[in-house]
Design a protein around this ligand. Structure first.
Ligand code: C2E
Ligand code: MG
Ligand code: MG
Ligand code: MG
Length: 277
């Protein structure tokens, strides 16, 4: 009986694994097509000053709606792109579209108050052309590099710390902003943080979500804000969903936020209607 049961679970597990791998492969194939035919697009989420509700910037977030698979969440397809060596191609597509959109708004006489943030994955630092691609894209669309800011996750920095430091040094000299994304989740050391010349820390959504109910999370958030202030870095809180969170953060000295409480990530047109003047 025991042996039979073992065999049954094994077979079920293998079957399940096989299906998951096949599904992932299928998504990867569709994604390669989406990158090539540029059917990926961007949504834009406002970043605001919590005291005034005014726009201080926006984050470009990649979206993919596949003919066959439907809407695939970025949490899923970004991971697949990273695992299968497609993240640079996807990232270049995002860079191009972000610059194109900024140029488009400029042509319409719309002004984005602040910088447009683009997410850069760890492996994009291993791409020798990253700097050239960013600058060329700005040039092509007649967008100033200081209209852009880059978001790099804390764990992304720690994957290739020296490359990240070297590349971002160059990009900063061109006026691009630099934020450390998902801060608090990546085990970075203060030594690297000091060498890495970011101008802003994005407090990870997980701490913000639980800060009203968990003493631990509230202390972590307060500590991140205090540390950032000491190092001369700005802070922005991710995932603000209610006024109570905003009030608590303001008390702790964090004034910038991004979250559903202010607005969801929006299609370009809707974003422009609501947030651009
Ligand atoms: P992220 O860079 O930390 O982006 C913030 C995520 O939090 C976004 O999820 C956004 O929709 C979500 N969010 C914002 N406010 C709230 C809120 O109040 N409540 C909740 N529950 N969520 C909120 P999204 O768009 O699903 O993206 C997930 C992640 O996928 C991003 O996290 C980023 O790591 C990655 N990603 C998205 N676009 C790109 C891209 O173009 N390149 C790269 N490398 N990664 C990307
Ligand atoms: Mg981000
Ligand atoms: Mg984040
Ligand atoms: Mg995240």
């Amino acid at each position: 009986y025991q042996a039979k049961r073992q065999k049954l679970t094994t077979r079920t597990f293998e079957h399940w694994m096989g299906q998951a791998v096949a599904q992932q492969l299928h998504i990867a194939k569709r994604l390669a097509i989406a990158i090539a035919d540029t059917s990926l697009y961007l949504h834009f989420q406002p970043q605001v000053d919590m005291r005034s509700g005014q726009l201080i910037g926006a984050e470009a977030l990649c979206r993919w709606c596949d003919e066959e698979l439907g809407e695939v969440p970025p949490g899923q397809f970004i991971a697949i792109a990273e695992e299968r060596g497609m993240i640079s191609a996807l990232g270049n597509c995002v860079i191009d579209q972000a610059c194109r959109q900024l140029a488009d708004w400029q042509r319409q006489g719309l002004q984005l108050n602040g910088q447009l943030a683009i997410n850069i994955a760890a492996d994009q630092f291993e791409d020798d052309d990253l700097i050239a691609t960013l600058l060329a894209s700005c040039h092509e669309h007649a967008v100033s590099p200081n209209a852009l800011s880059l978001e790099i996750t804390e764990s992304g920095i720690m994957t290739h710390p020296d490359d990240a430091i070297a590349i971002t040094e160059v990009l900063k000299s061109h006026g691009m902003g630099l934020s450390i994304d998902d801060f608090g989740t990546g085990y970075s050391s203060l030594a690297y943080l000091k060498r890495f010349s970011a101008d802003k820390i994005k407090i990870d959504i997980s701490f913000v979500r639980d800060m009203l109910t968990s003493d631990n999370d509230r202390v972590i958030v307060a500590t991140i804000i205090a540390m950032a202030n000491t190092l001369g870095l700005q802070t922005i809180a991710e995932g603000i969903e209610c006024k109570a969170q905003s009030d608590a953060l303001l008390m702790m000295g964090c004034t910038q936020a991004q979250g559903y409480y202010y607005d969801r990530p929006l299609a370009a047109e809707k974003f422009a209607q609501r947030w651009l003047a």
